[in-house]
Design a protein around this ligand. Structure first.
Ligand code: BYC
Length: 473
């Protein structure tokens, strides 16, 4: 590796002085680039993209903008600033000093949590690899690539932890992160939502709204971890996650705005598809799909895994310091159950309900976003509203998986579900329609596909018709 190693991989972990880590990364980096060329964004590796790169964690350096060819992006390794005398914030070791090394008894669990987190990052890049060919504008194309390179950086962040703290097994896990593949039958990604295809921009915006928001809730709970390097790494990742959710939320907001305009132009009773827009029922179905998949990402409602993560101080609650009590030994959570075809409630030990506690936080955060979307419909004088489906709807993980519910949470038989599921989830015909209006990319600066409104402002104070991607070879 050349002498500029320190410069090429911006970092605040003293990489230049750590020979063992350098050697490990030396081995991994070409494999990463190989993966990026094979499974990263298709077709655009020679284009110059107006990207932000983090070169330090302070306010000046964490977002430096310039044209970059994506394979030359400087995937850096950053930890949030060290907190003086940080203490374990929850669980049985509450108040003790946090760990700078991995305790032997928690090694395999921590490795598993880091691998699960790490696996989602390249998975999302793989899911989105063909979207550039159908982009609604150059502005959106740039945002897609920004999300992709930062997911790549988040993978680097987890690989840094695996290489630095988990020895041989960590290095093996880092290699496997590049071997599993989204949607691959033999070697799929670990969590289900990351094996679903994202081949149209409505899915992309819903994914960045809802699934990146699960990223936010999981990273918030990992940033409470007693393993200090994990806490500091995930804390810095959260600053980038905010932009990904912005892309999703404003992407859908711009589609809603355009749909309203098209409906007004055509007369409200006209089918907006006839004039190339995306109708509200289709938007609602994609919301249902990605919200329910992302609820699954929080794990089962009652989980002994979650209880032991909490007890041992490995994974806390989002914003742990806002809770009154941090040991949570005897407290109970009043939980809904579904038994013998009926809903009932029971108390379970709060520690066993930690996945549900985090899911509650997540649902609240999603709900606030949906309220913001509905303001757009209201401003255009529409009576329709978007809504989050009931959390029992379309679940593949936890106590509701294996049963069927409509978006109001009303139980359905398997036959009823089969008959009606495409009233609530995207059908083949919906996907075909979306692909038909996204069949050509829009590469002209300042131009937007018919189904989406321009953004209110450009990136980093650039104009909306800025040349965000230079596609010449
Ligand atoms: N799919 O005890 P339980 C992001 C497994 S997104 C498949 O309830 P636990 C991003 C589970 O592993 C954030 N399997 O689970 C967003 C367990 O398996 P074993 C990603 C699942 O341990 C966009 C079994 O079911 N971060 O960053 O509480 C773009 C029993 O379950 C699923 C993390 O995931 C599922 N959905 O697990 C890019 C944080 N759910 O032990 C990036 C790290 C559960 O029986 N991971 N299972 O073999 C964790 O904190 C936990 O592993 C989970 C919940 C949240 C996944």
């Amino acid at each position: 590796m050349d002498s500029n190693y320190q410069d090429r991989i911006p970092n605040n972990v003293g990489l230049g002085a750590n020979r063992a880590l350098q050697r490990a990364l030396e081995h991994w980096q070409p494999e990463f680039l190989n993966w990026w060329h094979g499974l990263g964004p298709s077709d655009f590796n020679a284009s110059s993209v107006y990207l932000r790169t983090a070169i330090s964690v302070d306010t000046k350096g964490w977002a430096t903008f310039d044209y970059v060819k994506m394979p030359d992006y400087r995937w850096g390794i950053f930890l949030a600033q060290e907190e003086n005398d940080r203490r374990v914030g929850f669980g049985d070791h509450f108040g003790q000093p946090v760990w700078q090394q991995v305790p032997g008894e928690h090694r395999s669990t921590l490795r598993r949590l880091i691998v699960t987190q790490g696996d989602t990052e390249p998975a999302s890049v793989e899911q989105q690899r063909l979207l550039g060919q159908r982009c609604p504008s150059m502005y959106d194309l740039r945002n897609l690539f920004q999300v992709n390179v930062e997911e790549g950086r988040h993978l680097w962040a987890m690989v840094y932890l695996l290489h630095s703290y988990f020895g041989r097994d960590g290095r093996d896990e880092a290699e496997e992160l590049l071997e599993r593949q989204s949607g691959n039958r033999d070697k799929p990604r670990i969590l289900e939502a990351f094996n679903e295809p994202i081949d149209n921009w409505l899915d992309f915006f819903m994914f960045t709204m809802f699934t990146d928001r699960d990223g936010k809730s999981q990273l918030m709970s990992l940033s409470e971890s007693s393993l200090d390097p994990l806490a500091r790494t995930t804390k810095f990742m959260l600053t980038e996650e905010a932009h990904h959710m912005f892309v999703g939320e404003t992407g859908i907001a711009r589609i809603l705005e355009r749909t309203c305009q098209l409906m007004q132009e055509a007369g409200y009773s006209e089918d907006v598809r006839k004039i190339g827009g995306i109708d509200l029922p289709t938007i609602q179905k994609h919301l249902n799909q990605w919200f329910s998949l992302s609820l699954d990402l929080h794990g089962g409602e009652v989980s002994s895994n979650a209880a032991s993560y909490f007890a041992n101080g490995l994974k806390g609650r989002a914003k742990e310091d806002t809770f009154d009590e941090h040991i949570v030994k005897d407290a109970c959570y009043h939980m809904e159950f579904f038994e013998d075809g009926r809903a009932t409630t029971k108390d379970v030990l709060m520690r066993n309900a930690m996945n549900e506690v985090l899911r509650d936080w997540y649902v609240g955060d999603c709900q606030a976003g949906v309220i913001r979307w509905n303001r757009i419909l209201e401003q255009h004088g529409m009576s329709d509203r978007l809504r989050l489906p009931d959390r029992k709807f379309h679940r593949g993980i936890g106590m509701y998986s294996g049963f069927h519910f409509d978006p109001n949470g009303v139980p359905l038989s398997a036959e009823e579900w089969d008959k009606r599921k495409h009233d609530w989830l995207p059908s083949q015909a919906d996907t075909e329609y979306l692909l038909s209006i996204m069949d050509k990319p829009v590469y002209e600066p300042g131009k937007f596909a018919n189904y989406i409104a321009p953004p209110r402002r450009g990136i980093n104070q650039q104009p909306i018709d800025f040349e965000y991607v230079r596609t010449e070879q």
